[in-house]
Design a binder for this molecule. Sequence first.
Ligand code: B12
Length: 214
Amino acid sequence: MDKRGKLVQYVKDGDTKNALTLVKELASEIDLKEMIGDLTKGMREVGESFEKSEIFLPEMMLASEALIEVMSVLKPLFKEKGEEEEKIKVVMATVKGDVHEIGKNIVSLVLKANGYEIVDLGRNVDPLNIIKGAESNNVKVIGLSALMTTTMPAQEELIKMLKDKGVRDKFKVVVGGAPVSSNWASEIGADGYAKDAFQAVCLIDSILKENGGE
Ligand code: B12
C-alpha cells in the first residue's frame, strides 16, 4: 500500500496519531484534490461497515475525529484567492437534525480557496435560521449539506420556505451530501447539486455566470 493509501487506512481505523504523522510528511507532495477524494471514499466505506454492524458508533466517531485532525493539517494548504476584490458570499450549513459537518467544512474550505466568502452557520441548523443568515449577510448562494436520507427533506423544506416568503429568486440554492443526487436536486427545485467540493466550485461558478456574469 502506498503512503496515500496508508493515510486513508489510518483515518478509517481512527488512528489519529499515525494519520497525523503521515499527513505532515505527505503535506508538501500531496495532490489535495485526490487526497480529499480518497478520504471521502474511505469515510463512505466506514459508513458501509457501520451499516453492516462490522463496526459501531465509537469506531465511526474515532474515524471522524482522525479525519477532522487530518483536515486541520491540510487546511493551511488551501490558499485563499482574490484578497482584495469583493467576494461573492455563500452561506453553508448542515440541515436540521443532521450533525455531520466534515463534508460541509471541506466544501467551505475549497470554496474559500477559490475566491468565495463563506458564512458558515454550522450543523443541525433550522431552515429559518439559514434563511435569516442568508438575508442578513446578503449572500447570493445557499449551500445545504445533508448526510442522511432522513434529513434530506430539510433541504426541500428550506426551498419551500424561501418560496413561501417570496424570496426564492434572491438566492441560488445548491445541495450536497453523500445520499443527495442531481435527481433529488431537480425534484426539490434546487439550483444545483455537486458530488464533491471541487465540483461545487464549478457548479457555483457556472450558476452565477448564467445569472449575469458575476
Ligand atoms: C463520520 C460520520 C459520522 C460522524 C460525524 C462527525 C462530524 N463531526 O461530522 C458521527 C460519528 C458523529 C456520526 C453520527 C451519526 N451518523 Co454518521 N456517518 C459518518 C460517515 C462514516 C462519514 C461522513 C463523512 O464525514 N464523510 C466524509 C466527507 C468528506 O464526505 P461527505 O460528507 O460525503 O462530503 C462530500 C460530498 O458529499 C460533498 N458535499 C457534502 N456536503 C455538501 C454540501 C454542498 C452544498 C455541496 C455542493 C456538496 C457537499 O462534498 C464533500 C467533500 O467532497 C457516514 C458514511 C457516509 N456514507 O458518508 C455516516 C452516515 C452518514 N451516518 C449515519 C448515521 C446513521 C449516523 C447516526 C444516526 C448514528 C447514530 N446511531 O447515532 C449519527 C447521526 C446523528 C445526527 N443526528 O446527525 C448513516 C446515515 C444513514 C441514513 N439515514 O441515511 C451513514 C450513511 C452511515 C451508514 N451507512 O449507516 N456519523
